[in-house]
Each structure stands twice: as C-alpha cells, then as structure tokens.
Design a protein around this ligand. Structure first.
Ligand SMILES: Nc1nc2c(ncn2[C@@H]2O[C@H](COP(=O)(O)OP(=O)(O)OP(=O)(O)O)[C@@H](O)[C@H]2O)c(=O)[nH]1
Ligand SMILES: [Mg+2]
Length: 427
C-alpha cells in the first residue's frame, strides 16, 4: 500500500557507511537527523536505507545490488526524491540517476534548500543565493539540474531553475555581483557594530534547534521565531538586556548588555554556506561572551558540542570566552545522567528556556563574566615590548599605557580568560 501525505514530496533517504573510511563512517542515527532535515524541507520520508560495508564502490557508492533495490522501491512506491547523507562524486551521481529514475540530491543540497526557503531578510537571501551558486558551479553538469524544470520541488529552489540554461560565465558574473552587494551590507554592519562597541555583547550559539531563539525570548522581550524545525533562524537579531551589577561597594546599577541570536550549526554544514554567512556570523566573532546553548535531551549532545566548537574555530571565534548553557533539562528523564553531566561541567549552567527554569542562575553567570570583563588589571612589560602592547590592545580595553624607565606599565580591563593568556605571553 502506498502511504500518502498531501502536498509533500515522497522521499527515500540513503546513508552509506564504510567501516574503513572515516569520512564515510556513519551510524544509523545519521538517518534520524537527515530525516528531520528532509521533513523541514517539506519531504515525506517513506523509507530509509542504511548500507554498511568495507568496500567502497566507485561506480554506485552503495553497490550495484543496493542501487537496484532502491530503484525498484522508487518505482513501486512512486518516490520523487532520493536524498543521500554522503557526498556523491559526479560519476556516482550520474550512474545512480541512470538506475534510479528520480531526482537525487545530497545533504549539502538539502541544507541549501532549507536555507533558501527560510531566508527572510535581503542579506540572508543574498547569502543563500551566493552559497547555492558556489555549490552549483562545479556541479553544473549534474543530470538533475537539466531535469529540474520537470521535477521542481526540493533541491531546485532559489537559483536552481534559472541556472539550467545559464552558462558558467553568467553564474560567475552573478557571483561577483552578489559578493559586491554583500560587501556593502558588511560595511553597513560594521558601522552598526562600532556603535554597539561600547556595550558588552553576548551571542547565543549552538547546534540548530537547541532553543537559542527560545532563550532570547525568555531573557528579553524579543519576539524571535521559534519552531521545532531545523534552521528556523537565519538572521542575527539583537536585543538589549539590563543587568544589575555592583560597583564593588554596596551600590548596584543596571548595565546594558546586547544579546544576539543567530543561525544554528549542523554536522557537515556546507562550507560554501559558512563562507557566505560570515557577515551574519561576524556578530559572533565580535562578541565579548558566547553562550553555547546545548540541547541536553539530545542523545548526540557530545557530537553536537564538538560540531559547534569546530564551526566556531572555522569562523574565527574559537578563542572567545564561552559559557555552556545546557538547555531543555525539563526533557531529561534520566536524573543520574544529569547529575553526571553537572559534575563534568561544573562551570556551566543548566536551564530550561521553555519552562523558564534557572534563568536567574544564567543571569548570575552572565553578571560574573561582565564583572570579570570590567576588572582592572595591570601588566608590566619590558621596555620596547611593543608586540605585547598591541596584543593587549587586541584582547582588552586599554585604559592607560605608561612608558617608564624600566618597564611599560599597561592598565586595562578584560576577562579572566584573556588575562591569563596575556600573562602567559609575558613569560
Ligand atoms: N521542552 C523544551 N522545549 C524547548 C526548550 N527550549 C526550546 N524548546 C523547543 O525546541 C524547539 C526549538 O527551539 P528554537 O528556540 O526555535 O531553537 P533554535 O536553537 O533557535 O533553532 P534554529 O533557529 O532552528 O537553529 C522549539 O520547539 C522550542 O519550543 C526547553 O527548555 N524545553
Ligand atoms: Mg532560532
């Protein structure tokens, strides 16, 4: 019997795992995330195929037998789309398309498609289009692009339809134009950012769907878009938040901080996307503090945390002050696991943004960082050590530099992490 779901594209998922090739080593869990992604894109997943072996098939990747099995399934159950977890080489794609008579795309293509549907602001649209064109350019000869007029749907949104008849030269031209436009947007952002420079800036970062937007809404009066879907947020939205800090004596005064929500990360986020989203992500790079939001209820939280750390490195934010915020604790049934996790991450905060749990603890933690960042420090450098003076300038807010007879005395404020780094530079 053929199951139906009105208006959704009937899809099968394929994940190939090679036990001897790290790049293609997957577990069946990869299929769960791929399913979530496919559903976010509007697919109706009819079946998932998982194929594991030790011998890589350069013609079909999954092997001829499996390809035949999928081809028969596609025909019998009227499948319109096949999505591969793995990146397919051009010849593999062509061979598979000859055998399996429907549209075949890979995960990068799927993510680009979701980004294309979710882009709302002009900047996000430009960034997605650029990423799609950069992705398409080397793959222009793919068979489905010629067929996409007939097929339509997932994997063919955005520039997909027009690129078919357009030659490389035209795409190249469009890419230059988009880069130019994005350059202008980046300039405007810089001006806005320098206005924000005097505030303490916080960015919410993390894997997609962990609750970053929910947390922004819970902490401020923001009305950020929240959805149980991947990549609901593609733009940076910034809100202000007043935090009561003390001046070291008994008086307390409100200090305004800026807090930004931004695009989530995912395993194997296409490199073209990271590149073109650099300007959206520059808020993260310029922040004083990153709150790394984690979905504590997710089985793969360790892997997700690693992916986030790697992506932060890639965008140049690896050295930032980071506080881990374990969210969705209300969904964790295994209390022993939670206790262990707390023991392992003593410097982190455990909250539920959805239920408003422990938000006061999070605010306390932010306050601690805020105070630490404002703490006045002094370093004495050797006369002539201009290299370290400029290092201090890049990591701290310098208040005074005195060139004394036997030393350079620098007074500045910065957080504990940067201070210990600067101290070690001295030795
Ligand atoms: N139970 C529970 N659900 C939560 C919590 N925080 C967020 N959620 C839900 O998790 C889903 C994702 O939340 P979002 O705030 O959109 O997540 P995000 O990190 O902004 O996701 P993207 O923008 O798509 O990357 C939504 O369905 C939220 O209602 C929480 O503390 N507990
Ligand atoms: Mg969001």
């Amino acid at each position: 019997m053929i199951e139906t779901a009105e208006g959704l594209e009937r899809t099968v998922l394929v994940c190939y795992s090679n036990r001897k090739d790290k790049k293609n080593l997957h577990s069946e869990e990869s299929l769960e995330e791929l399913k979530f992604l496919a559903e976010t894109a509007g697919a109706y997943v009819v079946k998932s195929f998982f194929q594991e072996n030790d011998t890589y098939d350069s013609r079909f990747m999954i092997g001829k037998g499996k390809a035949t099995e999928i081809a028969e399934f596609v025909e019998e159950f009227e499948i319109k789309l096949v999505i591969f977890e793995n990146e397919l080489a051009y010849t593999q794609l062509r061979n598979l398309e000859q055998k399996i008579k429907c549209k075949i795309i890979d995960k990068s293509n799927l993510i680009l498609d979701i980004f294309a549907s979710n882009a709302r602001t002009a900047q996000a649209k430009l960034q997605v289009e650029l990423a799609q064109l950069e992705y398409t350019l080397p793959r222009l000869t793919r068979q489905w692009t010629h067929l996409s007029k007939q097929f339509g749907g997932i994997g063919t949104k955005g520039p997909g339809e027009t690129q078919i008849e357009t030659d490389r030269r035209l795409i190249g031209k469009r890419i230059s134009l988009l880069k130019e436009k994005l350059g202008k947007v980046a300039e405007q952002r810089k001006t806005q950012a320098s206005e924000r420079g005097k505030f303490f800036r916080i960015s919410l970062v993390g894997y997609t769907n962990v609750g970053k937007s929910t947390l922004l809404n819970a902490l401020t009066d923001a009305d950020a878009y929240v959805e149980n879907k991947l990549f609901a947020t593609l733009d940076t939205s910034t809100k202000s938040l007043d935090i009561l800090v003390s001046n070291g004596k008994s008086a307390k005064f409100p200090k305004r901080v800026l807090i930004s929500d931004t695009v989530g990360f995912i395993k194997n986020l296409p490199h073209d996307l990271i590149e073109s989203f650099k300007s959206t992500l520059s808020e993260v790079v310029e922040s004083d503090l990153l709150l790394h939001v984690v979905d504590t209820s997710n089985q793969n939280l360790d892997e997700q945390m690693n992916v986030v750390n790697e992506t932060l490195e890639e965008i140049g934010a690896g050295g930032k002050m980071i506080v881990k915020v374990f969210n969705k604790v209300d969904l964790v049934k295994d209390k022993e696991f939670l206790r262990e996790l707390k023991k392992e991450h003593t410097d982190s905060v455990f909250i539920s943004a959805g239920k408003g749990l422990n938000l006061d603890l999070l605010l306390e933690r932010i306050k601690k960082e805020l105070n630490s960042a404002n703490t006045e420090r002094i370093l004495r450098l050797k006369p002539g050590d201009h290299k370290n003076v400029s290092m201090i300038y890049s990591l701290a807010e310098v208040r005074e530099v005195k060139y004394l007879k036997n030393s350079i005395k620098v007074t500045f404020s910065t957080n504990d992490k940067n201070f210990s780094r600067l101290k070690s530079l001295q030795e």
